[in-house]
Design a protein around this ligand. Structure first.
Ligand code: MN
Length: 196
């Protein structure tokens, strides 16, 4: 069965003024949609068409001959996860077990935010910055292009898309401003806690 573009968890103007409806119309309506369509076209009438998205990602991750399929499958997964990593009225601070694990791993919530922001800002070119659970301890991971920590056996808790298409209409070249806004105004800590 072909993959579908999953519905957004909020309306396309819900993250304004931080992420505009115009950005969402391109990022979700064009980019995310295109990854879904290209994935479906690439796996049609192949054994991959019977697999889950996660299975396709892990199955094709280390196969250079299937790089195109991996890239589109991972981009479908990554974007779906990115939308769910944000909510209107997000930001603030994590609580409970998640907060304890962040403090244990990074020293403090502020230190976590600083390291996340630095890693997101210094990722060269296109990619993603993730908070992951790696064998019980939390880490911040950068992946380039469509890379996804599932292929390294890690559990993603949150992600931030730092491809230029994620922020250029609203922030132009100011990626650090976009990162700060994500952390201060958008990140959904309840979603991250559920993934723990
Ligand atoms: Mn994107």
């Amino acid at each position: 069965m072909a993959f579908q573009l999953p519905p957004l968890p909020w309306s396309s103007d819900a993250l304004e003024p931080y992420i505009s409806a115009k950005t969402m119309s391109f990022h979700y309506g064009k980019h995310h949609m295109a990854y879904v369509n290209k994935l479906n076209a690439a796996i049609e009438n192949t054994p991959l068409a019977e697999m889950s998205l996660e299975q396709i990602i892990t199955e094709t991750a280390n196969d250079a001959s299937k790089a195109g399929i991996f890239n589109n499958a991972a981009q479908v997964w990554n974007h779906t996860f990115f939308w769910r990593s944000m909510k209107p009225g997000g930001g603030g601070e994590p609580t409970g077990e998640l907060a304890e694990k962040i403090v244990a791993a990074f020293g403090s919530i502020d230190a976590f935010k600083e390291e996340f922001a630095t890693k997101a800002a210094t990722l060269f070119g296109s990619g993603w910055t993730w908070l992951v659970d790696s064998k019980g301890s939390l880490e911040i991971v950068q992946t380039t292009n469509a890379g996804n920590p599932l292929t390294e056996g890690m559990t993603p808790l949150l992600t931030l898309d730092v491809w230029e298409h994620a922020y250029y209409l609203d922030y132009q070249n100011r990626r650090p401003d976009f990162i700060k806004t994500y952390l201060d105004e958008l990140v959904d800590w309840e979603f991250a806690a559920k993934n723990l």
